[in-house]
Design a protein around this ligand. Structure first.
Ligand code: TNX
Length: 570
């Protein structure tokens, strides 16, 4: 009998080793692989965490924090198949995933018009707990601690917790993006991340005027923003080819002006309930909607609906082409200002965020003095709604309005008028056309898009510095960055995604990450790991040749057929 004992011991050892591997396989993702790059990453490979089927999400009683915990559960349940109940911190002491608000829980609104984050490193202070830590983390920062026993996210606000959840999502295997259960070892790499944004405003713009995109498409774009810690969605709601937001006092704007789009398609518009749904969905993801009513140019659709607003009072024909700069509302008619007041009043009333974008670009047919007078009156009308004016940088030579923000879309990084407006108090959102215009082609053979501002591959979108980009505009005056997607050539959600990915994450990193982390070679490698995530999530993307994608993630160029997938439900 004794001759059997060594064999039994060997078996036991083998079984134990197998069980050990089962319980604690190495994490698939490294702690430093997050996009946008966190401010401070301290890996501890001995402290990997394995998510188990009986895991519990524990959260403070605060309703906004609780909602973030619910969203974490919603993200993890489909792929893991685990129940992941959300419980109150007060009710129990254990819990594998823990979300806590530190004592200085100030604003949960990630959208306030605040300046860029202080430049002192968050690391030392934020490594502690309590008031000092919360102050160092700011409005949107978070701390993530992964140990063998738990994953803990700490923040001073629900927005910070939400950003921490997005980081946690990226630290799990790519299969976490699957909509159906996957047999996977859900291991999170051990260590600590302390993180907060460089710029307060990080956004993307969707042009829903040239081609209309239904509310469900917009919700899915919100999901894409939230993934990469972008916190503003600018909706370009009106243009020559279509008016997309209901205004009760001027109903023909949508009834007539909403039924056209580029290329002659049916167009469409958002009812007030559609818009409220978008705003609420975005708010839950700590994304602020910035509505744009483009004035005084880009208004052909409004003039078709209300010829009384047109200079000469004759209705222009509906426009479905892609030229710009020919239309304008009559700046000499008082009725025009009643129109502007009604429109910005109704849109402001629907919009919880602080911003209202007045457009102001390419009003080529309006003389400079007249333009100035119009914009200054329009700015006053926006201020009367309680909102802060945003406008394209063509607003620069007009009078300053309290808090106003100019959106730079030029291509030469130098504009004395914008620099002067900044000296008069304006702040700037950077959207340089030759860096972040997501309607530009990646390469000559990109099937859709423009090239008037050049070709923009991923490196070109990534390799510039918002803090020094514009001559005479210091970093302190830069509110942030925004990547606009104009849609003259973009007709489906799949095409939207194809133009967004992978450039949007590159631009998100410029807005979020400290400059010290900026490194193309490292970014390229981190980004590569996201291809399998997008594939698992059903997101179309351009398989940019300069990114070393893992072999399994090649992806076809999207077809013209719109997909009918719903966004993550709320
Ligand atoms: C310029 S950028 C425009 C848009 C066009 C875009 C196309 C800006 C403020 N105006 O009207 O859609 O170029 O790339």
């Amino acid at each position: 009998m004794s001759s059997r004992q060594p064999a039994a011991a060997d078996l036991a050892r083998t079984a134990a080793r197998a069980a050990g591997e089962l319980l604690a396989p190495p994490a698939q993702v490294r702690l430093a692989d997050v996009v946008p790059a966190p401010e401070l990453v301290t890996p501890d490979p001995a402290a990997d965490f394995g998510l188990a089927e009986d895991a519990v999400i524990r959260v403070d009683a605060d309703p906004a924090a609780r909602d973030v915990a619910e969203q974490l559960a919603e993200l993890l349940r489909p792929a893991t198949g685990y129940p992941l109940p959300v419980t109150d911190s007060a009710a129990r002491a254990d819990g594998s995933l823990v979300l806590t608000l530190t004592s200085v829980a100030t604003s949960t609104d990630a959208a306030g018009p605040v300046g860029a984050a202080a430049s002192a490193p968050a690391g030392a202070n934020a490594a502690g707990t309590g008031r000092a830590a919360a102050e160092a983390l700011g409005d949107e920062g978070y701390r993530l601690d992964v140990t063998g026993a738990e994953v803990r996210i700490t923040a001073g606000s629900a927005a910070g917790l939400f950003h921490g959840v997005q980081t946690l999502r990226q630290l799990l295997p790519a299969a976490v993006e699957s909509a159906t259960p996957v047999a996977e070892r859900w291991v999170v790499p051990g260590g600590t991340i302390v993180d907060r944004p460089q710029f307060a405003y990080r956004g993307a713009m969707l042009d829903v005027a040239r081609h209309f995109f239904p509310a469900n498409d917009v919700l899915r774009v919100v999901d894409h923003l939230a993934r990469y810690k972008l916190n503003h969605l600018h909706l370009h709601l009106t243009d020559d080819q279509g008016w997309r937001i209901t205004v009760d006092s001027w109903p023909r704007l949508t009834e007539v002006g909403g039924s056209t789009e580029v290329g002659g398609g049916p167009g469409g518009w958002y009812t007030k309930d559609d818009y409220r749904r978008i705003v609420a969905y975005a708010a839950r993801r700590h994304v602020t909607v910035v509505p744009e009513i483009d004035l005084p140019g880009h208004t052909n659709a409004a003039l078709v609906a209300y010829p009384e607003l047109a200079p000469g009072k004759t209705p222009p024909p509906p426009y479905t082409g892609t030229e710009v700069g020919f239309s304008y509302v009559d700046p000499a008619d008082e009725r025009t200002y009643a129109f502007v007041a009604d429109v910005v009043g109704e849109v402001a009333a629907l919009t919880p965020g602080p911003w209202l974008h007045l457009g102001g670009d390419e009003a080529f047919k309006v003389p400079a003095d007249t333009y100035r007078g119009f914009i200054e009156r329009a700015q006053t009308l926006v201020a009367a709604t309680g909102k802060t004016v945003v406008g394209w940088h063509q607003l620069a030579p007009t009078g300053h309005a309290d808090g106003r923000v100019l959106q730079w879309w030029g291509t030469n990084g130098d504009d004395p008028e914008t620099a002067d407006a900044v000296r008069r108090g304006a702040r700037v959102i950077l959207s340089p056309g030759n860096r972040v215009y997501l309607d530009m082609k990646y390469a000559p053979d990109t099937p859709i898009g423009h090239d008037w501002a050049g070709l923009i591959d991923v490196r070109r979108a990534y390799d510039w510095d918002p803090g020094t980009h514009l001559t005479g505009v210091p970093a302190e005056a830069v509110l942030g960055v925004e990547a606009p997607l104009w849609t003259e050539t973009v007709t489906t959600l799949a095409e939207v995604e194809f133009m967004l990915f992978p450039r949007l994450p590159a631009i998100a990193e410029l807005g979020w990450s400290p400059r010290s982390t900026h490194d193309w070679a490292a970014f390229r490698d981190r980004l590569a790991g996201h291809g399998p995530r997008w594939t698992a999530a059903g997101i179309a993307f351009h398989p940019a040749p300069e990114i070393p994608w893992p072999a399994t993630s090649t992806h076809p160029i999207p077809t013209q057929h719109s997909r009918d997938e719903a966004p993550h439900s709320s």
